[in-house]
Design a protein around this ligand. Structure first.
Ligand code: SF4
Length: 321
């Protein structure tokens, strides 16, 4: 089939300046092989990344016709739109040339924060069942597509991102590891697991079905089980979790106003930060000035919290003994 390949060479993501090339390609050819074909036959100056060609290394991730793809895993026939394949750099990596990004800053520096290998804890032979979750995370190719979809990286480039946090999971769930608590505390620092807003985009984007958002949620549970307080390392997140818990304990349901104010630092600081959004929400009828009231059944919910406090206190004393 006849395809017009467009390579962004200048401009911005919103206003790209493309170089265009026509080529006849078998629809079953991978997009990556087709791009190599264009470079070999038409313009040797085109720059893009690629390595294994079998979906293992993640190096060839690009924005293709507006969607992030591991280009070696996509066929030309399925990817083209009206006979066009337009490639642009991925969103967050600094571009070195054309659509070639700096993979070190984009991924490897972040992943390496959690890449310290297993520190043996003397565990004997490990049953297959015990290693199953770890094996899933080990299938991560560090393609970075989950980071591409991540809505936190959108507003905070320093967020470690789901690819790096998948690496954290890989070691934090390994039964043979002797520094699990330390890893979980490191992963709980600012820009770590508690900065994820669980929008599930990472899970949607992973081409290998590794469900990175789920892995982050499981890592949070494991961190709490190892004595890390929800939101640890991130003051705003911690305030959010604390006030969320207090609100449900007190009234049986969420007092969104109180939680928003508390998350931003209390009545005064939170009030100033939230004022414009609060006024907009009031105008659109999405917020009200009525006092927050207890929901029916609040007493039963409070009893659940009392049981929870008793059991965590007992656990704390048991650990101290
Ligand atoms: S979790 Fe999935 S999408 Fe994210 S880097 Fe690993 S393989 Fe790629």
């Amino acid at each position: 089939m006849q395809i017009t390949f467009k390579f962004q060479r200048e401009g911005t993501r919103a206003k790209p300046v493309y170089s265009e090339y026509e080529m006849d390609v078998d629809p079953e050819t991978s997009v990556f092989d087709a791009l190599v074909g264009v470079r070999e036959t038409q313009d040797g100056s085109l720059a893009f990344r690629g390595n294994c060609s079998v979906g293992f290394c993640g190096d060839c991730t690009l924005s293709v016709n507006g969607a992030q793809k591991a280009t070696c895993l996509e066929t030309v026939g399925k990817t083209q739109k009206d006979g066009v394949i337009a490639v642009q750099p991925i969103r967050y990596a600094p571009v070195e040339k054309d659509v070639m990004h700096d993979v070190r800053k984009f991924l490897w520096d972040k992943v390496n924060v959690f890449a310290r290998g297993v520190v043996p804890n003397g565990h004997g032979p490990v049953a297959d069942e015990e290693l199953r979750p770890v094996r899933k995370a080990m299938r991560c190719t560090t393609c970075g597509l989950c980071d591409e979809g991540c809505t936190v990286i959108d507003v905070n480039l320093n967020f470690h991102g789901p690819a790096a946090l998948t690496k954290l999971y890989r070691f934090a769930f390994d039964p043979r590891d002797g520094v699990t608590a330390e890893r979980l505390r490191e992963g709980s620092e600012v820009n770590g697991i508690w900065d994820c807003v669980h929008c599930w985009e990472a899970t949607e984007h992973c081409p290998f079905g590794l469900e990175p958002t789920h892995l982050i949620m499981e890592t949070r549970d494991r961190a709490v089980a190892h004595g890390v307080k929800s939101g640890y390392g991130n003051k705003s997140a911690q305030r959010h979790y604390d006030s969320f818990e207090q609100s449900v304990e007190k009234s049986g349901w969420l007092d969104e106003r109180a939680v928003a104010l508390a998350s931003y630092g209390g009545l005064v600081r939170g009030g100033i930060r939230m004022l414009p959004a609060g006024l907009r929400a009031l105008r659109k009828g999405k917020a009200s000035l009525k006092p927050h009231h207890k929901r029916p059944g609040a007493r039963e919910i409070r009893k659940i919290f009392e049981r929870y406090h008793r059991s965590t206190e007992a656990l704390r004393k048991e650990k101290q003994a």
